[in-house]
Design a protein around this ligand. Structure first.
Ligand SMILES: [Fe+2]
Length: 289
């Protein structure tokens, strides 16, 4: 993809703000039209997005995820404060997107500011600010398909509701029977903490911040790209009662993630004191990345 936002643009087509196919309240203009007919977002997707999902579904195997966890979760690459990480992420420039002249930091501040305007708790605002910091994986040279994109469990059957499901045919795990049963490498109701999702920026950031934020915030960070679960309602059989309860927060966060981007550039210097204090309230001076 030309840039990371292309994937998120695609998500907005797939999950439009006012009712998506299959959601309660979704009204088809033509009542005789079946839900499936609305799912043509795959055929309409840009070739680059299609190629992105082809690579993602081909290469995100159970073993690949284990290897990436080993590679990155020792958190021994850098010591940075939250602001340093924000500045670092901001060096990720989207040269080729004519639609946006906003930086990664602008996007994150827009998300946080909308959460703040809606009167949510301070930890919720902070989550808006930091939730995509795991995208610094791109700056370590990781390919996009191993940083962004919808996440899904590896090591068990792929939900048919995962977009571009057909590309899983090229994933070597699809020929491993023990990875293709309903629970696969896991067990009924085992809880998502025991389930490996495809590797990306959610899990990486979760591991960086897990000692510092309330559970609700950690669920938002860790599962905000897990669209098959939080938007499609899949994989309930792997969730614990606690997961099911906490997913209400993941769903509460999602609209801010997807729909708050605007062309208005936030005034960083004016906002900085508020966010400095907020960061100090929850985080130590530096964190391990
Ligand atoms: Fe994200």
């Amino acid at each position: 993809m030309a840039n990371l936002e292309e994937w998120e643009d695609f998500l907005k087509v797939r999950y439009p703000e006012n009712g998506q196919p299959g959601a309660p309240g979704f009204q088809a203009t033509d009542p005789n039209k079946k839900q499936e007919q609305f799912r043509n977002y795959e055929t309409d997707a840009r070739p680059s997005v299609r190629e992105f999902y082809r690579l993602n579904h081909r290469h995100q195997t159970y073993d690949f995820v284990q290897a990436k966890r080993k590679e990155f979760l020792s958190l021994s690459r850098r010591q940075m404060s939250i602001w340093e990480a924000l500045d670092y992420l901001n060096t990720l420039v989207d040269e080729s997107d004519p639609d946006t002249d906003l930086s990664q930091l602008d996007h994150l501040l827009q998300t946080a500011e909308q959460i703040r305007r809606d009167g949510h708790p301070r930890w919720f605002i902070l989550t808006g600010l930091i939730h995509d910091l795991g995208k610094i994986l791109c700056l370590y040279g990781e390919p996009q398909w191993a940083v962004v994109g919808d996440t899904f469990p590896v090591g068990c059957a792929y939900s048919e509701k995962i977009v571009f499901h057909q590309f899983f045919a090229d994933n070597p795990d699809s020929r491993v029977p023990r990875y293709q049963s309903r629970t696969g490498a896991y067990s009924e109701g085992c809880g998502l903490e025991h389930v490996c999702l495809s590797w990306g920026h959610d899990e990486y950031l979760y591991q960086v911040v897990k000692d510092y934020l309330p559970q609700e915030a950690l669920y938002m960070v860790r599962y905000h790209s897990f669209y098959p679960a939080h938007r499609e309602g899949e994989y309930q059989h792997l969730m614990s009662a606690e997961d099911k309860k906490m997913f209400a927060w993941v769903r509460a966060f999602n609209p801010y993630d997807l729909y708050t981007k605007s062309h208005e550039r936030p005034e960083v210097e004016k906002l900085r004191p508020f966010y400095d204090e907020l960061i100090r309230q929850y985080f130590p001076a530096t964190l391990r990345w």
